[in-house]
Ligand binder design. Structure first.
Ligand SMILES: CCCCCCCCCCCCCCCCCC(=O)SCCNC(=O)CCNC(=O)[C@H](O)C(C)(C)COP(=O)(O)OP(=O)(O)OC[C@H]1O[C@@H](n2cnc3c(N)ncnc32)[C@H](O)[C@@H]1OP(=O)(O)O
Ligand SMILES: NC(=O)C1=CN([C@@H]2O[C@H](COP(=O)(O)OP(=O)(O)OC[C@H]3O[C@@H](n4cnc5c(N)ncnc54)[C@H](OP(=O)(O)O)[C@@H]3O)[C@@H](O)[C@H]2O)C=CC1
Length: 502
């Protein structure tokens, strides 16, 4: 019998960010392993014209929740969506809902955040710092609260090379940053942003670091723990391999490479690709919830959820496996054949951007114009190059994260819990994982049917023939021009042409 699963029975749990990538997998595992839990409150906002109930309905009707519905047929009755907006004061929770939350919640999992790298500082602070502060304030009024688990990122201190499971203070106090956002205007905030985030590549990593400081400062009277996952990828094993539903992290680049848009990227092949499957992060999160509530460790513990220390894989190996998988399971209607390459040099990267990204986009747009259609490829390519430029920081460096607390937690778990809530990635087979990841991107993001694979392969053959034809035509044009203008080229031609007649 799993002690951790039994711990969540009859508990009232509050999850923020439950509609996000990590939040959905967290909810799924909770219901599958602890179907007797009391209720899961989720803080949700209406989105894309959908009400809260419609959003929950959509999640429950996805493939991810198929197993849950067998184990816990009343799952829809146990999820209680609460209207909330983390951009608003007091998170915009109504008085009645607040009363219910305050009187019943036992465990909080705080997953919500803005994960955009280019968010203006004001917005990133609001979501990742102020909302966390407000949630801690609400939590401190919950008499039945046993644990508050905060999800941060392993890159909150990416300005360092070696990162321990401790909180590294930022130069300016988070409370001062929150206050200054109230009276500084946007132009000044934009001006001081580079100075504040100094050493970090974006407002996301900076505000996640501030968020950790706020948790430490304002959660001192609570049972708090912080989890720092690295780059969260598709599921490894549970509920089935390869599930992923958004384009963040590597998923977007896998789409771009598989569709033939991404042909070259500035990346260091030997740098560690610290990917961590989302189900591994969820298993650790649930184990931390149990340990924090039951053992009440002081001071606040931080848990690194990374793969590089125990089972390192590098970007070179990962890229090759992604490309190898496209051979077996190509994506449909590719723009060009998938053939992405890594370059380490700035000038080579710029050259390939011009030749392999911009030039084909311009030629294609010219073709679209000729056939009376709206040109769109140049715009799409510009967005892709912008995205790549934001991810480059993470694929050209390696970090070392210590994992003492994570290892300690594993040693505190029973053999059954170690099996059910496994977060040991030393057994992860990267080649198999990446193949399932690419397959998951095809099925769950691109919604492509496996029955379309033969046609996709035919399409790639046609693209290869067009490629050969284009190269041959280009060669002949250049050669004719050379012959017309250069005596040496003409001599060479007269020398080799009789050979053809032999
Ligand atoms: C051989 C191949 C090898 C491939 C493998 C190599 C993989 C390397 C991957 C390295 C990942 C490193 C991640 C580091 C993570 C740090 C840890 C965290 O906590 S991070 C937490 C995780 N956080 C993140 O990962 C956030 C990263 N993303 C962002 O910050 C923003 O999306 C943005 C600033 C990049 C673009 O903003 P903006 O221009 O306003 O655009 P929108 O957002 O509105 O989307 C525009 C279009 O682009 C689409 N699309 C979106 N994302 C990607 C993508 N990654 N890529 C491609 N495409 C992407 C999107 O669907 C949309 O398409 P459409 O609807 O128009 O058709
Ligand atoms: N993905 C990754 O690679 C990594 C993620 N993390 C951390 O894990 C956590 C979860 O990330 P992930 O699931 O990938 O992110 P997603 O972007 O998939 O999910 C973010 C969640 O936050 C919610 N949210 C955002 N803004 C608001 C708001 N104003 N009001 C209410 N809810 C809001 C979103 O709701 P809605 O659906 O309405 O937009 C969504 O449920 C984050 O804390 C992130 O920093 C850490 C390391 C890596």
């Amino acid at each position: 019998m799993s002690m951790i699963a039994a711990f969540y029975d009859n508990k009232s749990i509050l999850i923020t960010g439950a509609t996000g990538f990590l939040g959905k997998v967290l909810m799924e595992k909770l219901f599958r392993t602890s179907p007797d839990l009391k209720v899961v409150y989720i803080l949700v906002r209406p989105k894309a014209g959908q009400t809260l109930q419609q959003r929950v309905f959509q999640i429950l009707n996805s493939k991810l929740f198929e197993k849950v519905k067998e184990v816990c047929p009343k799952v829809h009755e146990k999820i209680k969506p609460i209207y909330a907006d983390l951009n608003q004061k007091d998170l915009a929770i109504s008085k009645e809902d607040m009363k219910e939350l305050l009187s019943s919640v036992n465990i909080i999992f705080h997953c919500a955040a803005t994960v955009r790298f280019d968010d203006p500082l004001r917005h990133a602070v609001q979501l990742n710092v102020t909302a966390t502060q407000q949630l801690l304030h609400i939590a401190s009024q919950m008499p039945k609260l046993e644990a508050f688990i905060h999800i941060s990122t392993a890159y909150s201190n990416c300005n360092l090379k070696h990162i321990d499971e401790v909180i590294y203070p930022c130069s300016v106090e988070p409370k001062k940053i929150i206050q200054s956002m109230e009276w500084l205007d946007d132009a000044i905030i934009d001006e001081i942003t580079p100075k504040l985030i100094a050493g970090r590549p974006n407002t996301y990593t900076y505000t996640k670091a501030l968020g950790e400081m706020i948790v430490q400062e304002e959660g001192s009277n609570l049972n708090v723990a912080i989890i720092r996952p690295s780059i969260v990828g598709a599921t490894w094993q549970e509920p089935f391999p390869g599930w992923v539903d958004n384009l963040n992290g590597p998923s977007g680049l896998i789409v771009a490479a598989g569709k033939g848009f991404l042909r070259s990227i500035k990346a260091t092949p030997m740098a560690v690709a610290d990917l961590i499957p989302v189900d591994t992060v969820v298993n650790l999160t649930l184990a931390v919830g149990w340990y924090t509530a039951v053992h009440r460790p002081k001071p606040t513990l931080i848990y690194h959820c990374t793969s590089g220390t125990t089972n390192p894989c590098n970007w070179g190996k990962m890229g090759l496996q992604v490309l190898a998988t496209f051979e077996k399971i190509p994506f449909e209607r590719a723009f060009r054949r998938p053939n992405a390459d890594f370059t380490t040099n700035y000038f080579t990267a710029s050259y390939w951007n011009a030749v392999s990204h911009r030039a084909p986009a311009i030629i294609y747009d010219f073709y679209l114009r000729l056939t009376g259609r709206e040109p769109r490829m140049t715009k799409l390519m510009d967005r892709l190059l912008r995205t790549i430029s934001m991810l480059e920081y993470f694929i050209n460096r390696s970090w070392e994260w210590s994992t003492y607390n994570t290892e300690m937690l594993m040693s505190e778990m029973s053999p059954e819990d170690q099996r059910v809530f496994n977060f040991d990635v030393s057994q992860l087979n990267w080649l198999e994982y990446i193949e399932n990841y690419v397959l998951g991107v095809k099925k769950y993001i691109l919604k492509e049917d496996m029955a379309g694979i033969p046609e996709a392969k035919q399409h790639l053959k046609r693209l290869r023939n067009i490629h050969y034809l284009f190269n041959t035509a280009l060669f002949l044009i250049i050669w004719c021009l050379l012959i017309a203008r250069s005596q040496m080229a003409r001599n060479m031609w007269f020398f080799i042409s009789p050979l053809y007649n032999l």
